[in-house]
Ligand binder design. Structure first.
Ligand SMILES: Nc1ncnc2c1ncn2[C@@H]1O[C@H](COP(=O)(O)OP(=O)(O)OP(=O)(O)O)[C@@H](O)[C@H]1O
Length: 347
């Protein structure tokens, strides 16, 4: 396993746009990471630079302090799993799993033990002697995953949207299995995804990207509690964070007509201000009041769309408690109220 460092990394495909804008980042040995962002934001570009499939236009890639930028994929000792299953059609499931170890001349008893351990984790034990080609699409992807996880000496396992083809119910179970394997074998794992749920439930650190830029890298809780930009606050969490245009009046920032306010930091500009809070952080009762304009259910909760003065916002409430047109009283604790200037977190 290795610590991965990206130093002043940037990439352009030569068409005038930066697929990856300059960035510095270190991923710790044995950690789980998710690269999260919309299509075209640069996730695969970053992954392919780490694996060595792509040479960056600028900057260096270091594994445990060793510069590997000019080394090819084979020399980097990386396992990569792609969106589409890759299986050796003429081989059994067991032979598919064993293949990376056979190529490296690992002793047979060690191969057997390792293949059996990974197959058991992935629920493939009873298929070890079946021909891989006869399995379902889900199971074929499990084989691809297993081949990525079977080696003990890899620097990192890079997972490029590998769960897309997996049945939705099985996805949850598989993320848990990947986490267990990470803990047990201490593999550094990087998952590329555009699914926030997948990123937040899999990774210790989620790297949110947009337009070739890393917007924020943090724990799922940090991203939820303190989104670095309004983009992250919108992208992470469901329903999205509430963002309300605000003005500065003396030492306070307030949303006109809505009653929401907080203290203003001393050097705060007077324009392009936004107050924000999570729908989950609103508490029932209090000085604020809004009219319910829409209601929808999420599990045991209901989400209320409220009109508060000129503002529209959403709060979570106990299911069944409110009706459209009702006046709802609520409050937002001061420590849950975030302040943004030009879309960037100030306080
Ligand atoms: N081979 C290429 N040649 C030219 N431009 C490319 C090439 N590959 C990617 N790009 C461009 O680089 C940018 C980043 O693409 P990338 O595939 O890294 O994004 P992504 O976040 O992985 O997207 P997706 O989720 O759709 O796979 C996009 O604007 C894309 O069009």
């Amino acid at each position: 396993m290795a610590e991965i460092r990206l130093a002043k990394l940037a990439h352009s495909y030569g068409n005038g746009t930066n697929a990856l804008k300059p960035l510095d980042m270190t991923w710790r040995d044995g950690g789980t990471y998710a690269l999260l962002g919309p299509s075209g934001c640069g996730k695969s570009t970053m992954l392919n630079i780490i694996s060595g499939l792509l040479k960056p236009s600028e900057g260096r890639v270091l594994f445990d302090g060793q510069d590997v930028t000019d080394k090819d994929t084979g020399a980097r000792n990386i396992a990569q799993v792609f969106q589409v299953p890759v299986i050796y059609r003429s081989m059994t499931v067991g032979e598919n799993l064993a293949f990376p170890l056979v190529c490296r001349r690992v002793p047979t008893p060690r191969i057997k033990a390792r293949v059996e351990a990974i197959a058991e984790r992935l629920g493939l034990s009873r298929h070890l002697n079946s021909r891989a080609v006869a399995l379902t699409a889900d199971q074929k992807q499990l084989i691809s995953l297993g081949r990525g996880l079977v080696r003990e000496d890899v620097s990192a396992v890079l997972l490029d949207e590998p769960l897309t083809v997996i049945d939705p119910q099985m996805k949850f179970e598989l993320r848990k299995i990947l986490k267990d394997i990470n803990r047990e074998f201490r593999l550094t794992m990087v998952l590329v995804t555009h699914d926030q749920n997948e990123a937040l439930t899999f990774a210790d650190t989620v790297v949110v990207m947009n337009h070739g830029e890393v917007i924020q890298a943090g724990t799922p809780q940090e991203l939820f509690e303190r989104p670095a930009t309004t983009h992250v606050g919108t992208f992470i969490g469901s329903p999205a964070m509430n963002f309300l245009p605000a003005v500065r009046e003396g030492d306070r920032v307030l949303v006109p007509g809505a009653g929401l306010s907080r203290t203003a930091p001393a050097d705060l500009p007077t324009t392009d201000l936004t107050l924000a809070f999570r729908p989950e952080h609103a508490v029932a009762g209090g000085p604020l009041a809004g009219t319910v304009t829409r209601i929808w259910f999420e599990g045991a909760d209901q989400v209320l769309a409220l009109s508060v003065g000129d503002a529209s916002l959403r709060i979570r409430a106990v299911a069944g408690a409110e009706t459209v047109g009702a006046i709802v009283r609520f409050d937002v604790p001061q420590d849950c109220l975030r302040l943004y200037h030009q879309g960037r977190l100030v306080a």
